[in-house]
Design a protein around this ligand. Structure first.
Ligand SMILES: Cc1cc2nc3c(=O)[nH]c(=O)nc-3n(C[C@H](O)[C@H](O)[C@H](O)COP(=O)(O)OP(=O)(O)OC[C@H]3O[C@@H](n4cnc5c(N)ncnc54)[C@H](O)[C@@H]3O)c2cc1C
Length: 351
């Protein structure tokens, strides 16, 4: 799918992958992409290797291409897109670490041989108001021990490793690769959620867990609400527009609705592309995400309205999209994004 140095991944390969993921989507929503075959399809298509640096067995696609791929996958199966984004976040942290860990971990990840995931929200958006670190790292006799909690880990019970971040006694932030079979690691049963339960998201508790690798944070940092979250919202918006398009075939009055939303999402996607290409200030990145949140929720509701009562029945694509759109209101939302979204909901203008 990706060739080194290629700006745009092969659109035919993306469309074929999208069709495959779409055909698996109902099963993926129930049992997750690891068991439905969705994750294997990502690996086979070469999508995974695009996220991995070229010196570690990947094809290192550029950021705009990766975001477009994430959006295209989200338009066909949001569960798979969420899982891929968390996998990519774990890989990015490893890629920012020391050469020995990069070289030992990334080639197998690029091939899809050994699924990984990430649990870092305790450093950024989860449990911050409690005032004490959720996960701590202490060093004794040359080994690190992790204690505490990752409140959210997508696919914890379906991955071989978990990339996490903890605070040391001196307040330093370090990242670790932990085997999900490590002694002292307790993965709770996956949560039943409003949507995306197929992502098999769990709480993971650590009791004196020895990590497999330490990642000294050379480049690795937590990027809350990064551009990938906006890319997923763009994809989910396009899925809602596809439903309205479908309904508009028999009811031309819906055409301007689909057209209006399409203009908005195309413009957002262009801004996302430009941001991925040229960089973006954190405040502008958060504004983009807040706009995407508003748009994805409105588009899903428009799809439900267009589908009428039939869309309200469990199993209809519109009811699933409405539930899934609400995910963006809580997932990886920095305070400024939550504040902007709440002001919009309350009709208060900008915070
Ligand atoms: C489906 C799904 C999958 C996810 N997967 C991952 C993943 O794989 N990896 C990962 O790292 N993260 C993941 N996340 C986590 C996500 O990125 C956010 O960190 C998370 O949604 C934040 O919600 P929280 O309930 O933990 O926030 P918290 O801030 O901990 O809020 C919890 C509760 O605390 C109270 N509270 C909050 N703030 C305050 C305050 N200031 N004062 C008093 N009380 C307060 C409120 O009652 C709130 O309901 C996932 C989230 C979802 C929904």
């Amino acid at each position: 799918m990706f060739k080194s140095g290629l700006r745009h991944p092969d659109p035919v390969a993306i469309a074929a992958l999208g069709n495959e993921l779409s055909a698996l989507a109902t099963q993926t929503a129930a049992i997750g992409p690891w068991r439905s075959g969705g994750f294997a399809a990502l690996a086979r298509s070469g999508a995974l290797s695009g996220f991995i640096p070229a010196d570690c067995g990947g094809t290192e696609a550029d950021e705009p291409a990766l975001l477009r791929l994430l959006a295209a996958i989200a338009a066909r199966c949001l569960t798979t897109a969420l899982v891929l984004s968390q996998w990519a976040s774990g890989c990015r942290i490893i890629a920012g670490g020391e050469q020995a860990v990069r070289k030992s971990r990334l080639p197998a990840l690029a091939r899809g041989d050994t699924p990984t995931t990430v649990g870092i929200s305790q450093l950024s958006t989860s449990s911050r108001h409690l005032g004490t670190p959720s996960l701590t790292a202490a060093r004794t006799h040359n080994t690190w021990r992790l204690n505490g909690l990752c409140p959210w880990v997508t696919g914890a019970d379906s991955s071989d490793t978990l990339v996490t971040g903890a605070l040391t006694e001196t307040g330093e932030q370090l990242f670790f690769v932990v085997s999900t079979a490590a002694k002292g690691l307790d993965i709770a049963p996956p949560m039943q959620m409003l949507a995306l339960s197929g992502s098999r998201t769990s709480r993971v508790a650590f009791r004196d867990v020895e990590p497999a690798d330490v990642i000294v944070p050379a480049e690795a940092g937590v990027r809350t609400g990064g551009l990938a979250t906006t890319a997923l919202a763009v994809g989910a918006t396009r899925a809602a527009i596809a439903i309205i398009d479908d309904e508009a075939r028999a009811r031309s009055a819906l055409e301007p609705v689909a057209a209006g939303l399409r203009t908005e999402v195309d413009e957002l996607a262009q801004r996302l592309d430009a941001a991925a290409d040229g960089g973006i200030e954190p405040a502008d990145r958060d504004r983009l995400r807040a706009r995407a949140n508003g748009l994805v929720v409105r588009a899903a509701q428009a799809a439900l309205t267009a589908s009428k009562g039939a869309g309200f029945v469990a199993g209809h694509p519109a009811e699933r999209l409405v539930r899934e759109s609400l995910f963006f209101l809580v997932w990886s939302c920095p305070q400024s994004v939550s504040a902007a979204v709440m002001c919009e909901l309350a009709g208060l203008g900008s915070p």
